[in-house]
Design a protein around this ligand. Structure first.
Ligand SMILES: Cc1cc2nc3c(=O)[nH]c(=O)nc-3n(C[C@H](O)[C@H](O)[C@H](O)COP(=O)(O)O)c2cc1C
Length: 649
């Protein structure tokens, strides 16, 4: 009896030690590797709502720099909010701005002129994964950065930028995107800069922060000052004025937002969405309801996104980076109440739609956009064109003008994303299409070239933007959780039963059923998570092979070795480990009857089970459900799961 107890105890001890080793390894990857980099400053949690309405920000002029007394200081909360608006993670892996193929080529550096409250003077890089600032190894002086900027921009107000307490540098590592999209990736990166800058402008305006965006400077000089290989593409000076304090006080004392929230689901033409809520909710939506969009809604969307004339100053609202607006918008309409099918040109001056073709060209647009299903399903497709003739209207080079015009396209598309959320619509920017085909389908002017194809449709706000994402995303994550639970319970509860009463057929059957459920749902999850929906809507051998390739061989790392990327690698390893584990399970199943294996296989099977379950839980927590800011909690859940597993099996 005593020896039996001792045996069990030492078995339990061995289990615990093994589990602790696994936990230690994972915690190492999880916490220590990312923090090896450099000391970091954790930023305050960004606000996800406020009383500043998106519509208000998008209908008044952007470049009204206040020349009032510039505040010496800059609040850490404001830095947090701006950095989040630029690249913050909202619904992992989604960020506040879209990214072609989720390749995220942009980085945000922040330099301070003086030591601020809670932030030492210096240069930092924003780390979206845990919403922190990492101090750069190389520290350029603020004055040296200013000198590089000023030498190419003598129009800038020296007084203003000399006293701005903080500046953002936006850089791109093109390879992250060109690796996947080759040359087309360069265009995508520039569009993404436009999305980012527009979010910065909108968020800054909501916080009454003034910005000066500089796009023309010696990139090599800045690169060597910052000691980086990424390409610097935009410098943004930011400052608060005394009037900002007044506005902020007014904002803090005002609780109108709560009242507005009551009207939340009553999407009329006047939307009541705050800037932060829209930035936080923005996602690419590819599933639409078959319902029609109202004419007033579409006009509201375009008015707040493309360009408009400020009522007071009679100038363009969006202050184009190019200097003048180069955007032409066309609409392929198939389901708008009150507007007949057809292709229309949008006239921003009076917000009217001018019909140029009397039937919807959606099917042709779908074919020209590599048959992306959402282009066919949408109620309308907005096509943004760049008017090339506008690129010769100043004395800058064509290349620089083309780049700035792409920034403007990205900015307009970002407005569309935010406004479409506010209107209860869903959209996705599509950059992959044949330029010549799109141009000839729309019958655009000869100087216009297509940049974005944007399907827009009605959505159920709750399923499209809710915590679980679209219903397709919901099925994908439910299948993942079914798989994890099946595997976990199969081992946690059933194995001891089998061990004690090996002849109890019911428990063996239960164990095998749970394992089968787990495998089946894992297959469903893997299939759907790797392009399976595209295959289902367009079943060809090529798209099937694409899914298989993505499941088994997509090991390419995106960026640094942070918890998210560790999770990414683990998710790929899980597949191969899983196959090996399955082979072990089958061997065990047939051991008694057909195959002759030693008892070692049972032990390997058991410990391998530990590794696999822990890996899957880690992957699910980091890559799937848990918002990355709270990842320390996932360590606790992980430790709990592993310990209970070790004690109970
Ligand atoms: C320049 C650019 C091009 C894109 N092209 C496509 C596309 O062709 N098809 C598509 O479905 N999504 C496209 N997207 C959307 C991205 O896939 C999406 O932003 C990314 O998966 C992140 O998801 P999120 O926008 O929901 O955060 C593009 C995004 C950008 C910025």
């Amino acid at each position: 009896m005593l020896t039996e107890l001792q045996k069990n105890f030492s078995k339990g001890k061995r289990n615990i030690i093994c589990s602790l080793v696994f936990i230690l390894l994972i915690v190492l990857c999880f916490l220590i590797i990312p923090s090896l980099a450099s000391p970091s400053v954790v930023l305050p949690t960004p606000q996800k709502e406020s009383d500043v309405l998106l519509d208000d920000v998008l209908s008044s002029k952007f470049s009204t720099q206040s020349r009032e007394k510039i505040n010496e200081s800059f609040d850490l909360n404001s830095i947090s909010q701006l950095a989040w608006a630029a690249q913050g993670i909202t619904h992992p892996p989604s960020r506040t701005v879209p990214s072609a193929g989720a390749t995220y080529p942009l980085d945000v550096f922040i330099s301070t002129r003086i030591t601020l409250e809670h932030l030492d003077n210096g240069t930092y890089v924003y780390n979206p994964t845990d919403h922190s600032l990492i101090r750069s190894d190389i520290q350029p002086t603020y004055m040296s950065i200013l000198q590089v900027i000023i030498s190419d921009n003598n129009h800038l107000s020296l007084e203003l930028i000399n006293s701005a307490p903080i500046l953002f540098l936006i850089t791109a590592e093109y390879e992250r995107t060109t690796e996947k999209y080759s040359n087309r990736g360069i265009r995508y990166v520039h569009l993404e800069i436009g999305h980012l800058l527009q979010n910065l402008r909108i968020q800054a305006k909501a916080l009454f922060i003034e910005l000066e965006i500089v796009l023309n400077f010696d990139e090599n000089l800045l690169q060597s000052l910052y000691g980086i290989e990424y390409i610097p593409l935009a410098v943004v000076f930011a400052w608060e004025t005394d009037s900002a304090d007044l506005h902020l006080n007014k904002k803090l004392n005002c609780n109108s937002y709560n009242n507005l929230k009551l009207e939340y689901y009553n999407f009329g033409v006047q939307t009541s969405t705050s800037v932060e809520e829209a930035i936080n909710a923005r996602r690419s939506i590819r599933d639409y309801l078959p319902d029609a969009i109202k004419e007033t809604e579409i006009k509201h969307l375009l008015k707040h996104s493309i360009d408009q004339i400020d009522a007071q100053s009679n100038e363009s609202v969006f202050d184009p980076f190019l200097g003048n607006s180069s955007i032409s918008a066309y609409l392929s309409v198939s389901n708008i109440e009150g507007i007949e099918e057809g292709v229309y040109r949008y006239i921003s001056a009076d917000q009217s739609l001018n019909q140029i073709i009397n039937n919807s060209k959606q099917e042709e647009l779908w074919e020209a956009s590599l048959k992306q299903q959402w282009v066919l399903d949408a109620a309308i497709v907005i096509v943004l064109f760049m008017n090339q003739s506008k690129l010769y209207e100043n004395n800058k080079t064509y290349e620089l003008n083309y780049r700035n015009a792409l920034f403007d396209m990205g900015a307009a598309a970002q407005n569309l994303y935010l406004e479409s959320y506010a209107l209860g619509l869903g959209m996705v920017v599509v950059g992959a299409f044949s330029d010549t085909e799109i141009k000839s389908i729309i019958t655009a002017l000869s100087e216009e070239s297509p940049i974005y194809v944007i399907p827009v449709g009605k959505v159920s706000v709750i399923t499209a933007y809710g915590p679980f994402g679209t219903w397709k995303q919901m099925i994908t994550s439910i299948s993942a959780w079914l798989s994890i639970s099946g595997m976990y319970f199969a081992h946690l509860f059933i194995t001891p039963m089998i061990r004690k009463k090996i002849k109890n057929k019911r428990s063996v059957r239960l164990h095998i059923s749970l394992v089968l459920l787990s495998i089946l749902s894992l297959v469903v999850h893997l299939f759907l998570d790797h392009g399976g929906w595209t295959f289902l809507s367009n079943p060809t051998w090529v798209s099937f092979w694409g899914v298989i390739k993505s499941i088994f061989f997509n090991f390419s790392l995106k960026g640094e070795l942070d918890p998210y990327n560790v999770g990414f690698i683990i998710s790929r390893l899980v597949i191969w480990f899983g196959i090996f584990f399955l082979a072990l399970s089958l061997a065990l199943l047939f051991r008694k009857t057909r195959l002759k294996f030693g008892s070692k296989i049972k032990i390997i099977h058991k410990y391998f089970g530990y590794v696999l379950v822990i890996m899957i839980i880690y992957h699910a927590l980091i890559n799937g459900v848990i918002v990355s800011y709270i990842y320390p909690w996932s360590v606790i859940i992980l430790v709990f799961a592993a310990l209970s597993y070790a004690f109970l099996t």
